[in-house]
Design a protein around this ligand. Sequence first.
Ligand SMILES: [Zn+2]
Ligand SMILES: [Zn+2]
Length: 68
Amino acid sequence: MTAEIERSAHAYCPACNPDPGMGEPVTALCGATHPFWGRRERPVNNCPACEAVVTESVYPCGHTGGER
Ligand SMILES: [Zn+2]
Ligand SMILES: [Zn+2]
């Protein structure tokens, strides 16, 4: 997996990472941590682990999803 796909495909908790800086390490919902380079509008591939977590009502970090 390339870094470009990796950074485009993961989902993040907006409560834990409300405004990550460019290049700042952030932890995705699946637990993968990598530098944040901005959200992609049309990710080519979605991380299946992140997608599964997004469908849950509560994220692993304890925050609730689906509010927006
Ligand atoms: Zn992921
Ligand atoms: Zn959170």
